[in-house]
Structure formats: structure tokens, C-alpha cells
Design a protein around this ligand. Structure first.
Ligand SMILES: Cc1cc2nc3c(=O)[nH]c(=O)nc-3n(C[C@H](O)[C@H](O)[C@H](O)COP(=O)(O)OP(=O)(O)OC[C@H]3O[C@@H](n4cnc5c(N)ncnc54)[C@H](O)[C@@H]3O)c2cc1C
Length: 603
């Protein structure tokens, strides 16, 4: 079987970089130890090898589709929901009181990474169910929780997230789905939701749609949005399931992730779609952000995982494909020599290293963010806000960098296969198609970038950015103590200083009230800051690798640790300097993209 991920790298990150085993010192995670964490990860790898990876190509070839009012998906979706239910994966991170296993998020996401590398179209079915159940656990009444959540955790009922409407995608303030109050305290829902992932199929008995809608008379904009539980099937007086007037109107056909259904749902065509309010009226978007924030991390993780699988596919090809000869000293080539494998050509090595630096850097950032989630929920109470702020700041980056740079890394991987990369005999073209959605899901790159610059940096007077500077500072300090790593620490330190200057430059526009100008190059700023954030992660990995080599406390062989340090050096030579050009653009005085009067610039 082809290699699609590396357990050693994952465990190196978990235990040597992030000390995930130390989380077990916290009361919430006290029932775990390293052995039980490893056992779980190894079991997930076995399922991925046996069940999820073999279905990866098939799910693309036998795409989800709509037929006779039903959505048809690959049977592995049924196996996934069954396995997830039996093994407690769906509610794994929930409290014991809520039917969960109190598993640290970092271990759960490590397990998700394994499955997603094997098959990026499958975890969404489970992830959305867990996310929806978590939202119900957090904000709904005890009665709703008791009625719904156990079915979801058991994998029998699926969950979805219904935000998007045909006229309202990025701008949720424009949703028109309506909720009318009934005398018994329920509501009637009416409206259309499109692009709803995992919205219907035959492998779950029921679907719990979390729908945002406007109650009659609610204020305009996001302040008038409420959140509802809208089941596809509701209980009748005798407790039997009956239709709740939720119609599946179609399934979108897509360029990638074709095994993951994307439905069009119509609510209340017969004026008989019952809904139950979650929490307070008009607070819906605030609640929904809990699910959206964790879904953003999930999207970043799926992107990083898809790009990881692509990296291992191109690495294997590069080791086996003979083509051309190495250039000898003096520039000659000896045509009577056997062809060399393409992995020996510097340009191919550059592309492979780019892939490695992007995928491992991304995974490291995602695990870092997830560790902050654990510490903000279960860590020392006095530091919970600190970690929460860091998580808030890093979430748009952890979603966007793997989505955007993962796509570029897969493009390089496809290039390594030459013409075969474009053909369906090899998986690169599928990975390339699959990853393209990640920059659109859960808020596009443009929206994430505006969130980073316009909201997260400004949040609490810049507190989160100060926390980030502090954390990067710890890594730099550690690296400074080692002569080999010192030059890289100095380089990153200078870059972070520069970032402060760029931020101050941009902030002056916000302070002058020129908000459109302030935000106009947010996507450039995202690329700028995230390139540095990944450099920080690489320096962190290099610190851990160096420590293992110096102390001899090595879990893996010397080449493994040296390769981490080598990839850090690659990243600092080939990627980090790109921030120079981005800085130049960001502080440039011209405003070429602002609407001056009309669209004549496109004449
Ligand atoms: C396969 C798939 C699955 C999905 N799953 C779900 C799901 O499960 N649940 C759900 O609710 N939704 C889902 N979505 C919807 C997804 O979240 C939206 O497609 C996305 O948020 C973008 O909205 P839109 O398509 O309407 O694009 P638009 O909002 O029209 O955006 C078009 C372009 O304009 C830019 N833009 C928009 N507004 C601004 C602005 N103010 N400033 C600058 N640029 C702007 C965007 O960045 C983008 O480049 C899914 C979509 C797809 C394709």
C-alpha cells in the first residue's frame, strides 16, 4: 500500500515539540497517558489503512449524486459513521457528563489527520456531526440535548451546519430564512439553504440541521440572527419519526471532494417545518461561531492532510522515476551512464522540500492551535484567556495557510510527476482538485484575511498579537542558545520586528477612519504574517530536533532529526524571504485596488 502519511513525524510533533503527554497532568485529561494516546492513534491508522484509504479514489469516481429525491454516497460513509459511533470518535473531546471521552483536542486532531491523509472526503461526515452536537451541548436546553445528542454521538444521526443561502454566502447578514413562532414554543422555518455539506444520505437515520434564520420582527443584519435545531425527521406523539418538511432538492456536482455530498435543502415548502430555538433569540451567529471556529481549524487540517498525502505520493514517484543524468563537475553529462532517478535533480528536490516544509509546517501550526484549545479549556485558570486569545488570532492563519500553500505544494507535487501528474492513473490530480475547496469553505481566504487584520489584530487593543510575539520570543530564545540555530533565530527576530512596523503602518489608516484602505490588502498581509508564523513553527521543530540530537534522547534515527533541521533551513532560505516583497507591497503608497469612481480601470 502507498504511504500517505508519516506516523513518526506526527508523534515527533505531538510529544517532542508539543509535549501532548504532559496534558495528562491536567485534571480533565487525567485518565490518559502516552500509551493510551498511542494506542488510539495506532488503531485509527489501522482503520485508515484498511477502510478509508482503499475508498479514496473510488469516492471520486463514484461521486455523490442526487437520484429520485435521494442523495447517493459511497458505502464507506456508512462504515465511517458506524466506526465513529462504536469507537466514540464523534464526541471524543466532550465531557464525560455529555457522553464524551474527555480526549485532548490535540490527540483528536492528530487522529483526524491520519484519516484525512488517507481520505480527505470522509471525515467531514463525522466532523460536522461532532461540531453540531458540541454546539447543542454548549447552548441548547437540557431537553434538546437529551433527545438529540446521544443519537449523534452514536453515529446514527448526522449533523450539519446550514448558513449559506443563494444570495448570502460571505455576508450572512443578508440571510432571509424565516422563523415564525408557534404557541407551543417551537418555530416554523421557511427558506432555502445551499451548499450544505453532508446534508443527506442513506447511512444515517436522521439529520440534525443547525439552521440560522430570522425571527419575525428581528433587527436587521447579524444582530437579528437566531439559531435553530431543525431535524429532517421529527418525533410524532408516539415517539415515532415522521417527516419534518425538509426537502433535499439536489446535490452539487463539484471539481473535487466529489465523495463528500453538498446538498441543496429546502425548509418548510408545506409550511410544516418545525424548529427548536437554541439558546437566546438573536444570538445565533455568536453561537454559530463556536462551530465555525473549530470548523476552520478542521478545514486547515484537511488541507494540510491532503497536501501531506500528495507529498508522499510525489516523493515515492521521484524515488522510482529514472529520467536524465546528473550534471558532472565541469557541466558535462555522460549519456552512456544509466539514467538517474529524478529525486537526484536539484529542481525536483527543491519541489519536494517545498512540499515537506509546507505540509509539516502546517501540521505543526494546527497542532499548536489545538494545544491552545486544550489549554484554554482545561489549563491553569489564570492563563485560559491568554491561550484563548492566541487561538483566536491563529485560527484564520491555521485555516488559510494550509489551504493556500497546500494547493501550491500539491501543484509542485503534480509537477514532479511530469505528464503523469495530469493523468488519473496517479493521485496527484485528485489531490489538486480536492484541496481547491479549502480556500472557500468556512469563509474564503479574503474573509479570513479581513478577520485577521481587521478584527483579531485589533482585538483587546492588540493583546493577542502581543501574546504571539511572546510565544515566538520563547522559541527564538531557545534557538539562540545553540550556535547552529542562532542565525535562524536572529533572522526570525528581525522579521517579527518588521511585522510590527508593517502593522503600525497599516493601523494608521484605521485610526484615520480609512477602513477600506486599511483592509484592502488584507490577503497580502495574511500571506506576510503566516509565512512568518510557519517560520516560527519550523524553528520550534528545529529546537526539538536539536535537543534530541544533543542529548542523545532519540526516539528516531539521526537522519530523521537532521531532516527536520534541514527543512527548517530550506524554509528560511526559500520561503521566509518572500516576506520582503510582501512588505514592499503592504507599505506601498499607491492605492490601485480601491474603487475611485467606477470600474473604468478594467476597460
Ligand atoms: C463544496 C462546498 C461545501 C460547503 N459547505 C457548506 C456548509 O456545510 N454549510 C454552509 O452554510 N455553507 C457551506 N458552503 C458555503 C461556503 O461557505 C460559501 O461558498 C463561502 O462562504 C463563500 O460564499 P459564496 O459562495 O456566496 O461567495 P461570495 O460570498 O459571493 O464571495 C465571492 C467572492 O467575493 C469575495 N467577497 C465577498 N464578500 C467580500 C467582502 N466583503 N470583501 C472582500 N471580498 C469579498 C469572496 O472572498 C469571494 O472571493 C459550502 C460551499 C461549497 C462550495
Amino acid at each position: 500500500m502507498a504511504t500517505y502519511m508519516d506516523m513518526d513525524t506526527l508523534k515527533f510533533l505531538l510529544y517532542e515539540v508539543f509535549e501532548a503527554d504532559k496534558l495528562t497532568e491536567l485534571e480533565r485529561f487525567a485518565d490518559y497517558d502516552k500509551a493510551s494516546m498511542d494506542l488510539m492513534l495506532d488503531a485509527v491508522k489501522t482503520s485508515s489503512d484498511k477502510v478509508f484509504f482503499p475508498a479514496f479514489k473510488e469516492m471520486d469516481e463514484q461521486a455523490a449524486h442526487y437520484k429520485d429525491g435521494k442523495v447517493i454516497v459511497h458505502p464507506v460513509v456508512g462504515e465511517m459513521m458506524k466506526l465513529a459511533g462504536e469507537n466514540g470518535w464523534i464526541g471524543a473531546t466532550f465531557s464525560y457528563d455529555d457522553g464524551g471521552m474527555q480526549l485532548p483536542h490535540i490527540i483528536f486532531n492528530a487522529a483526524s489527520h491520519i484519516i484525512e491523509c488517507a481520505n480527505n472526503s470522509i471525515t467531514g461526515y463525522m466532523g460536522l456531526t461532532g461540531g453540531a452536537a458540541n454546539l447543542i451541548v454548549s447552548f441548547a436546553s437540557q431537553e434538546l440535548k437529551d433527545k438529540i445528542v446521544p443519537h449523534m454521538i452514536a453515529g446514527k444521526w448526522a449533523g450539519t451546519m446550514c448558513l449559506t443561502e443563494p444570495q448570502a454566502g460571505s455576508s450572512l447578514s443578508d440571510i432571509t430564512t424565516s422563523a415564525t413562532r408557534n404557541e407551543d414554543g417551537t418555530f416554523n422555518i421557511k427558506g432555502q439553504k445551499i451548499f450544505i455539506s453532508g446534508g443527506d444520505h442513506e447511512y444515517c437515520e436522521n439529520f440534525v440541521h443547525l439552521v440560522i434564520a430570522r425571527i419575525e420582527g428581528a433587527p436587521p443584519g447579524t444582530k437579528g440572527i437566531s439559531l435553530f435545531v431543525v431535524p429532517k425527521m421529527r418525533e410524532d406523539a408516539s415517539g415515532k419519526l415522521e417527516s419534518n418538511d425538509v426537502i433535499t432538492a439536489g446535490d452539487f456536482q463539484k471539481m473535487g471532494q466529489r465523495g463528500y455530498c453538498t446538498t441543496h435543502l429546502s425548509f418548510g415548502e408545506k409550511e410544516d417545518c418545525k424548529a427548536w430555538l437554541v439558546g437566546d433569540e438573536n444570538m445565533g451567529l455568536r453561537y454559530m461561531f463556536k462551530m465555525m471556529n473549530s470548523a476552520r481549524i478542521d478545514v486547515g487540517l484537511t488541507a494540510a492532510s491532503t497536501a501531506t498525502a500528495a507529498y508522499y505520493a510525489s516523493l515515492q514517484y521521484a524515488k522510482e522515476r529514472p529520467q536524465g543524468r546528473r550534471i558532472l563537475k565541469g557541466g558535462a553529462k555522460n549519456v552512456s551512464d544509466q539514467q538517474t532517478f529524478i529525486i537526484n535533480h536539484p529542481d525536483v528536490r527543491r519541489m519536494l522540500m517545498l512540499q515537506k516544509s509546507v505540509v509539516e509546517g502546517s501540521l505543526s501550526l494546527l497542532l499548536e492551535a489545538t494545544r491552545y484549545a486544550d489549554l484554554s479549556e482545561a489549563g491553569d485558570e489564570s492563563k485560559r484567556e491568554y491561550y484563548h486569545d492566541l487561538l483566536e488570532l491563529l485560527t484564520p492563519i491555521a485555516k488559510t495557510y494550509p489551504s493556500e500553500m497546500g494547493r501550491i505544494s500539491i501543484s509542485n507535487g503534480l509537477q514532479i510527476l511530469g505528464g503523469y501528474g495530469f493523468c488519473t492513473d496517479f493521485p496527484l490530480e485528485q489531490y489538486y482538485r480536492d484541496i481547491r475547496i479549502m480556500a472557500l469553505y468556512e469563509g474564503t481566504t479574503g474573509i479570513q484575511s479581513m478577520d485577521l487584520l481587521g478584527r483579531k489584530l485589533m482585538m483587546k487593543n492588540g493583546a493577542a498579537m502581543q501574546h504571539l510575539m511572546k510565544e515566538v520570543g520563547f522559541t527564538i530564545k531557545e534557538a539562540m542558545e545553540n550556535e547552529d540555530l542562532k542565525p535562524y533565530a536572529e533572522q526570525l527576530s528581525a522579521k517579527m520586528q518588521e511585522a510590527q512596523e508593517v502593522i503600525m503602518h497599516l493601523l494608521q489608516f484605521a485610526m484615520k477612519g480609512e477602513h477600506e484602505r486599511f483592509i484592502s490588502d488584507a490577503t497580502m498581509f495574511m500571506e506576510y504574517l503566516s509565512t512568518m508564523v510557519i517560520a516560527w513553527q519550523w524553528l520550534k521543530m528545529a529546537n526539538a530536533a536539536k535537543m534530541a540530537l544533543l542529548t542523545g534522547n532519540q526516539e528516531y534515527d539521526t537522519d530523521f532529526y537532521q531532516s527536520k533541521i534541514h527543512t527548517m533551513r530550506f524554509y528560511f532560505k526559500y520561503e521566509l524571504p518572500k516576506t520582503l516583497g510582501l512588505k514592499e507591497t503592504l507599505i506601498h503608497p499607491e492605492t490601485l485596488t480601491l474603487v475611485e469612481s467606477d470600474n473604468s480601470v478594467f476597460a
